[in-house]
Design a protein. Structure first.
Length: 254
């Protein structure tokens, strides 16, 4: 098995190191075999808590690195350091993202632009730098946490959906371009996931949990998939949603 396939890689690097979904994926991987982990994120306290939790779950080594997705000038440096101190990475999980204001035209446009900068520009920069490191190491897997909102953004999440659509497209394109370098890209498209980020929001149909998304992701890694929906039934729901005529689709307010 090449380094660009499967869930067996020992070294896991998480970009967005306090993400509940990403941490659930690491725990799912750890339940299969011992892992060494590097967590990269902006909140030192949250990274420390996440590292302690992974240590308690059995991870043999957990490193932390502070980096804000908006601090583009430090992306290359910090990722190089994280890869070096971890001894390389077999699996990189990109879980950078913020929800932002819901609805159509934002009341706070600068805040909406910040969502685009974090979810697309910052996350996209990290994705490309991580991909370059894996290419240099001749293989590995990139797991990109996208969203079903990327497939057809709704009026209820215009900015978030647009940002995820851009990241999803970048990840899919890189997956094709990097295939010959033995670097695999798995795009994960969860629906509504019950996390701190969605706390207080009305759950959408087929709502899930971080643990459920993690199980789907690890299974997809082992199956060699390039795209997976969580739960899997969302694939068919979104297929239908994309066929809904525009005049009807614009009436969906949630």
């Amino acid at each position: 098995m090449s380094r660009g396939s499967g869930s067996g890689g020992r070294r896991v690097l998480v970009l967005g190191g306090s993400s509940e979904i990403a941490l659930a994926i690491v725990r799912e991987l750890q339940s299969q075999s011992p892992r060494e982990v590097a967590l990269v994120g902006r909140d030192a306290a949250a990274l420390g808590a996440a590292a302690a939790a992974l240590g308690a779950a059995g991870c043999q080594r957990v490193l932390t690195f502070e980096l804000d997705a908006l601090d583009l000038s430090r992306h290359e440096q910090v990722l190089k350091q994280a890869f070096q101190e971890l001894g390389g990475a077999d699996i990189v999980i990109l879980a950078v993202g913020v929800l932002g204001e819901r609805g159509g035209l934002p009341a706070d446009i600068p805040a909406a632009v910040a969502v685009l900068q974090v979810n697309l520009v910052g996350a996209g920069s990290l994705l490309m730098y991580a991909a370059r490191e894996l290419c240099g190491a001749r293989g590995g897997t990139l797991v990109v946490l996208s969203s079903v909102a990327a497939e057809r953004p709704r009026r209820a999440n215009v900015v978030y959906g647009a940002s995820k659509a851009g990241l999803d497209s970048l990840a899919q394109g890189l997956g094709d371009a990097l295939h010959e370098h033995d670097v695999r890209v798995l795009v994960v498209r969860p629906g509504f996931v019950r996390t701190k980020m969605t706390q207080g929001l009305d759950a959408a149909p087929l709502a899930s949990t971080p643990q459920a998304v993690a199980a789907v992701t690890v299974d997809a890694l082992d199956r060699g998939a390039h795209t997976v929906w969580a739960p899997r039934s969302l694939r068919w729901l979104m297929f239908i949603m994309k066929l809904v005529p525009r005049r009807l689709f614009r009436t969906i307010k949630q």
